[in-house]
Design a binder for this molecule. Structure first.
Ligand code: GLY
Length: 420
């Protein structure tokens, strides 16, 4: 099988790694467009993720069997539909299916119609109405969300009327579709399922760490680290999530005439037995993928084929009885302004049991440089979470570049709250 992976982050390097090393695809059979410094130059394709004709031409020239779409933007823009029209199999939802991520209000409509548990919300199509409503709110925090894709920046959780008004002033334009959601307390977990449009299989649970600083402080990022499985989600909860969230969403989408294929990622908030969907994504999570794929027992390529061609219902998936931790090393200043082009050293000194997934890296003349906010994902497995965490943190300082930054507490929630 020949694969082309679309994207350039840690998630895409993890997909590449998994197909090549654990699925045993042959060198030369897995390409990434545009990829990053972790992918050999010969297998990087100099194409933009939304250059559909360019992607099509590459697939025809190189006889690619399956395109795997990493990020949300090309999905929401219809890459899977485009390739399918050209008879090139692609993994991921159609443009209409990807609206579960592309329009939070569409997702809310589906959740409410099919009784999928989620927070209550009120929609606003007029900025003055929104401001009037905010002035009437008595209890904070509240959650203010934008409807469309906003690269993680479309959510505000103001603690007071003034904070809410400032957030609106800074971010909401006259034509921004906005909704206000009830704030729900609890712990977050990411549950990813893979669907063929009819049924869905559930992957091992994971937890992301979205804030930049230790103790979940500071601004949101794309994700500073993750671990799997999340002890918060035991097998009973995982079955409940399948029955009450993943399966009804897939069934609901089919009833709407929009069969959803690919990854259905449910971002959940959990308190005791109460589960609610905070958001859906229509793709693999980043950095969750960097801890989920190393734990997978089956071949990723086989699951992807089932998603495209059908047969997920009878697929038995299993995961290693281990834990995985990944810690993101970012450029100093991220998620605000940061510099690129810093030389990276130390990767060759990492022990064999560490996997370094690249994200914002670029290789030039045999040297490696930073090229983004999130630079590397240092990953390890362990028999328990602490062992995996210790392995990562005992090695991570071997990696050096100017102003490198990482959180020191990835996995802390599980270790503190669940006394593992
Ligand atoms: N880990 C968050 C995301 O992938 O959106």
């Amino acid at each position: 099988m020949k694969y082309l992976i679309i994207g350039s982050g840690g998630r895409e390097h993890a997909l590449y790694w998994r197909l090549l090393y654990d699925d045993s695809a042959r060198q030369g059979d897995v390409y990434a467009a545009p990829g990053n410094g972790g992918i050999a130059d010969n297998y990087r394709v100099d194409l933009k993720i939304n250059d559909f004709p360019g992607i099509e031409k590459f697939c025809i020239d190189r006889k690619i069997d399956i395109v795997i779409v990493g990020p949300e933007a090309p999905l929401v823009n219809g890459l899977v539909d485009y390739l399918e029209q050209k008879k090139i199999p692609a993994f991921g939802p159609s443009k209409a299916g990807a609206m579960l991520e592309g329009s939070k209000l569409f997702a809310k409509t589906i959740m409410n119609k099919y009784k999928i548990p989620t927070a209550g919300h009120i929609e606003f199509y007029d900025k003055d109405e929104l401001i009037k409503y905010i002035r009437s709110v008595k209890e904070f925090p509240i959650v203010i969300k934008f409807d469309g894709l906003a690269a993680g920046k479309g959510v505000g959780i103001p603690e007071s009327t003034n904070e809410a008004l400032e957030f609106i002033k800074a971010t909401v334009k006259e034509d921004t579709k906005v909704f206000v959601e009830d704030f729900i307390e609890g712990e977050e977990a990411s549950i990813l399922g893979i669907s063929d449009g009819n049924d869905v299989i559930t992957l091992v649970s994971a937890q992301d760490h979205k804030r930049i600083y230790d103790g979940d402080k500071g601004p949101n990022t794309g994700g500073m680290g993750a671990y799997a499985p999340a002890p918060l989600v035991d097998n009973k909860k995982l079955s409940k999530i399948y029955e009450e969230i993943l399966k009804p969403t897939i069934t609901g989408m089919r009833k709407e005439g929009i069969p959803f294929k690919g990854v259905l990622y449910a971002g959940l908030i959990i308190k005791g037995n109460d589960l609610k969907v905070l958001e859906f994504n229509a793709r693999f999570g980043d950095p969750e993928t960097q801890v989920i794929l190393p734990l997978l027992n089956e071949k990723l390529g086989g699951i992807i084929e089932k998603s495209i061609n059908g047969g997920i219902k009878d697929y038995r998936i299993s995961f290693k009885d281990k834990y995985a931790v990944t810690v993101v090393i970012s450029s100093g200043g991220y998620p605000g302004d940061y510099e690129k082009g810093k030389e990276i050293s130390g990767l060759d000194d990492l022990s064999d049991n560490i996997i370094a997934f690249h994200a914002g890296t670029e290789s030039r003349n045999g040297r490696l440089y930073t090229n983004g906010g999130r630079v590397l994902n240092i990953t390890a497995l362990g028999n328990d979470l602490m062992e995996a965490q210790n392995k990562v943190y005992s090695e991570i300082d071997k990696i050096k570049f100017d102003k490198a930054f990482y959180r020191k507490d990835i996995g802390h929630k599980a270790l503190e709250y669940f006394k593992l």
